[in-house]
Ligand binder design. Structure first.
Ligand SMILES: NC(=O)c1ccc[n+]([C@@H]2O[C@H](COP(=O)([O-])OP(=O)(O)OC[C@H]3O[C@@H](n4cnc5c(N)ncnc54)[C@H](OP(=O)(O)O)[C@@H]3O)[C@@H](O)[C@H]2O)c1
Length: 353
């Protein structure tokens, strides 16, 4: 008998939101039933272009969703809502009153089981406790901060640390595009477009792999390569913009940064994808000093599609947890691997152990 698919509503139709729609198509046990976007149905259809027809998908703006009959309708057809808004401004923000929170995470946890990829690491404990309270109160499961970092990288760090106590853990990101750094460069006056690639330092990785357990500052683990399109590409302007980039505190100071100036056509042709990836390396000893090295690597040609694929697997787990009458917030650390998998328990035991 065919399985009943898990019904997904996507909230926020950006890069990750589009990726979720694609990932749902690649999973036979998933079906896209709804989209909520601040840009409304026409804009979503336009942005999707020929990629997807969305003929039997309910598309709402948040304003339409406030209409109680629409809320009931979407609620009835949705098993899990995947929140794809940005971490900085959309998912979680604190109002002036410290006891009140707003944002898509706390809001939609009242209506749906949810999955999100909130990635502001320092605020995860705070976000977890706010969502935990709301999801529990409304009888929902909310899987927060899923994706690859936080997400699968967190899982790797925790597993390796549990297996090799006293080990040292290193996370290297890249080669890949950092959207935060690219946005920061785009805010410099005179910059028309920019793409920032984070590159891991090979020598640092070699030292870790050799079991040397080096102490590494951030700038010794990664370098930065920036491609810039200028409004006015003359030598003086290049010098000024380059100086602003390499001297930008919190983003580029302390790093070896290379800046390359290119044309708009080169940017469009060579830098329109969002590749990313990285390594989690754990180095330590077992027994009386036998070397132990655990290495986990991701290489994603599309960061948003990769993140989206993980979110969809988490939606499967989210719904299974809810079917067990669980409620509250969960992270990928709390989810059994079998719950993420589309394979039956029997197949997992026979073929994947
Ligand atoms: N955990 C991880 O490993 C991981 C990895 C990658 C990303 N992330 C997280 O995922 C978040 C979303 O990333 P993203 O790449 O999807 O960001 P994005 O493309 O900027 O989308 C964020 C939101 O902006 C709005 N938006 C998108 N395109 C727009 C446009 N053309 N005009 C106006 N509004 C637009 C969308 O909301 P509306 O549809 O409502 O307008 C969308 O939900 C990131 O902030 C990050 O926190 C996590």
């Amino acid at each position: 008998m065919a399985k009943i698919p898990t019904r997904i509503t996507v909230i926020g139709y950006g890069n990750v939101g589009k990726g979720v729609c694609e990932a749902v198509n690649r999973n036979e046990d998933m079906r896209l039933v709804g989209i909520i976007s601040r840009r409304g149905a026409d804009d979503v259809r336009r942005a999707a272009g020929s990629m997807q027809a969305f003929s039997d998908v309910a598309i709402f703006s948040p304003k339409n969703f406030m209409n109680p009959s629409n809320q009931v309708r979407l609620n009835e057809i949705t098993d899990v809502a995947i929140l794809c808004g940005g971490s900085k401004q959309d998912l979680f923000s604190k109002e002036d009153d410290p006891n009140r929170y707003k944002g898509q995470g706390p809001f939609y946890a009242q209506f749906f089981n949810t999955v999100d990829s909130f990635d502001t690491h320092s605020r995860i404990p705070d976000y977890f406790s706010v969502i935990d309270e709301i999801a529990d109160k409304f009888g929902h499961v909310s899987v927060i901060s899923a994706g690859w970092d936080p997400g699968t990288f967190s899982l790797e760090r925790v597993l390796a640390n549990a297996f090799v106590p006293g080990s040292k853990n290193y996370t290297f990101w890249g080669p890949g595009v950092s959207q935060g750094h690219s946005d920061a460069v785009r805010r410099i006056p005179g910059v028309r477009d920019a793409r920032q690639y984070t590159l891991p330092v090979d020598d640092a990785i070699r030292q870790v792999r050799a079991g040397k357990n080096p102490e590494l500052k951030a700038g010794q683990k990664h370098t930065r390569l920036v491609y810039v399109v200028l409004e006015n590409n003359d030598p003086k302007e290049r010098e000024r913009v380059k100086a602003e980039i390499v001297g930008m505190p919190n983003y580029f100071t302390g790093y070896n940064t290379e800046v390359r100036f290119i044309s708009e056509g080169e940017m469009r042709g060579d830098h329109s994808a969002y590749p990313h990836g990285g390594f989690v390396l754990t180095s330590g000893n077992t027994g009386r000093g036998n070397k132990a090295l655990i290495e986990y690597r991701n290489e994603w040609a599309s960061n948003p599609e990769a993140t989206a694929s993980i979110l969809v697997a988490c939606a499967r787990a989210c719904y299974r947890l809810r079917q067990e009458k669980r409620s509250g917030a969960f992270t990928m650390l709390d989810i059994p691997a079998a719950y993420l998998s589309p394979q039956s328990r029997e197949t997992l035991l026979k073929e994947w152990m």
